[in-house]
Write a protein that binds this ligand. Structure first.
Ligand code: NAD
Length: 405
């Protein structure tokens, strides 16, 4: 169960902060849990929109389409959004949505109907100052475009700030497309420069929005990306993969595993996780490293671009092995920082220059990285516990200022 990871890490952070039982149970309660069944063309799909905490501002978090979506997962993801948004200093609470669906085997027309139905079901609990969705696994700018259109049709007014990650023509920003990977890449560079090492090897699990853009940035700046994977398989080249070729193969044939070339070999996803590399980038789904395989991990540094890819029972094992883990709530915050900049633009009606937005992202990511790193060193706790500590303190400060706890 993913929520166990939340409670276990909260327990550890509670000790650092000396949280009272009341404060702890407040952090484990949810501001709003909305759940429905969507019916499209005679088929039924379970759907959720959950706000974990709204002390700092409106709920903010993506909508996931995946066959494994369940309440436990959406709750965990919304909790992580509260932590991530607070840590990044954004004026947002944490939220997440999901539809239990297999989008890979569904025509576009049906996906549009599902997306519009989602909005018809939840529009009363959504809005630019209530709860602001965005893309997540298997949802994209097109999904956001359909959702915006349905929302504005119901409300009878324009409200582009109701959703982020939209197509640019509807008020989206160019930065948002790769801001998750960019944010992670900014922190990757900070670690590499501290390592004082010229060449580093990188393995990447997941070749979607987060994984592909990270691979492409690393490749462009001459890091050695030796392995990548998707849900169907993985490829490895000790001399480094040509990421442009891998992307071409993925687009044309559907899977990275079809990529051929001198020294390119097919490996399993498990083997990818266990490669002896400088950096392992986790950019797929939850619970990829657990106590079952944590002992076999040889990477020296791990960056969690995905949400919750390391189970809490594996965290201590990796820490004791001396592996440096950059936790999800810090490493993938570039996505929500990009969303925030899009939302600010929508709400103010101002149009910001791309360079300004990129500079803002870089500043926020670097500042947060060093904030967490300093506490990690000072308290001798892992980076995740340090990140939770900073984030929870800010949420509880807002709760106290409101007189709620
Ligand atoms: P995506 O749908 O674009 O890509 C997911 C990728 O993971 C695909 O390549 C898929 O084939 C692969 N995959 C799925 N199961 C796998 C497995 N078992 N082994 C290897 N690969 C597997 O999704 P995304 O937007 O890139 O999101 C990936 C992760 O990053 C998720 O955990 C998401 O919550 C997180 N994230 C994404 C964003 C964002 O802006 N896209 C922001 C923050 C966090």
């Amino acid at each position: 169960m993913v929520f166990e990871n939340v409670t276990n890490t909260l327990d550890k952070a509670s000790k650092v902060m000396n949280l009272s039982d009341k404060e702890k149970s407040h952090m484990l309660s949810f501001a709003r849990v909305s759940h429905t069944t969507i019916e499209v063309d005679g088929e039924k799909f379970l759907a959720w929109r959950i706000v974990h905490n709204d002390a700092l501002g409106p709920g903010k978090g993506g909508i996931r389409y995946h066959p494994n979506v369940c309440e436990d997962e959406v709750k965990s993801l919304s909790f992580w959004m509260s932590i991530k948004n607070s840590l990044a200093g954004l004026p947002y609470g944490g939220a997440k949505g999901g539809v239990k669906i297999d989008p890979k085997h569904m025509p576009k027309e049906k996906l549009e109907k599902v997306s519009r139905s989602f909005i018809r079901a939840f529009h009363q609990v959504l809005g630019q100052d209530i709860d602001v969705p965005a893309p997540d696994v298997y949802t994209d700018p097109q999904t956001m475009g359909w959702m915006l259109d349905e929302f504005e049709k119901i409300k009878g007014r324009h409200e582009p700030g109701f959703i982020t990650g939209k197509p640019i023509v509807l008020g989206g920003i160019a930065l948002r497309e790769d801001s998750t990977a960019k944010g992670g890449y900014i922190m990757f560079r900070e670690i590499v420069s501290a390592l004082n090492k010229k060449d580093v090897t990188v393995a990447i699990q997941g070749f979607g929005n987060a994984g592909y853009f990270f691979a492409s940035m690393a490749h462009k700046h001459r890091s050695n990306v030796v392995a990548v994977s998707d849900s169907k398989g993985a490829i490895y080249n000790p001399n480094g993969l040509d990421i442009n070729e891998v992307k071409k193969t993925k687009d044309e044939k559907g899977n990275v595993g079809f990529c051929k070339g001198d020294k390119v070999s097919q490996i399993s996803n498990e083997q990818l996780l266990e490669l002896d590399v400088d950096f392992l980038i986790l950019a797929a789904l939850e619970n990829q490293i657990t106590k079952k395989n944590a002992d076999k991990i040889k990477a020296k540094n791990i960056i969690e671009l995905a949400n919750g890819p390391i189970a809490s029972d594996a965290d201590d094992i990796l820490y004791n092995k001396g592996i440096f883990v950059l936790p999800d709530v810090l490493a993938n915050a570039g996505g929500v920082v990009g969303s925030y900049l899009e939302w600010v633009q929508n709400k103010t009606g101002m149009i910001f220059e791309d360079d300004y937005l990129a500079e803002r992202l870089e500043k926020i990511m670097k500042k947060n990285f060093h904030l967490v790193l300093n506490l990690h060193k000072e308290k001798k706790v892992n980076m995740r516990v340090a990140a939770y500590t900073i984030a929870i303190q800010r949420i509880l400060l807002a709760e106290k200022a409101r007189g709620r706890v």
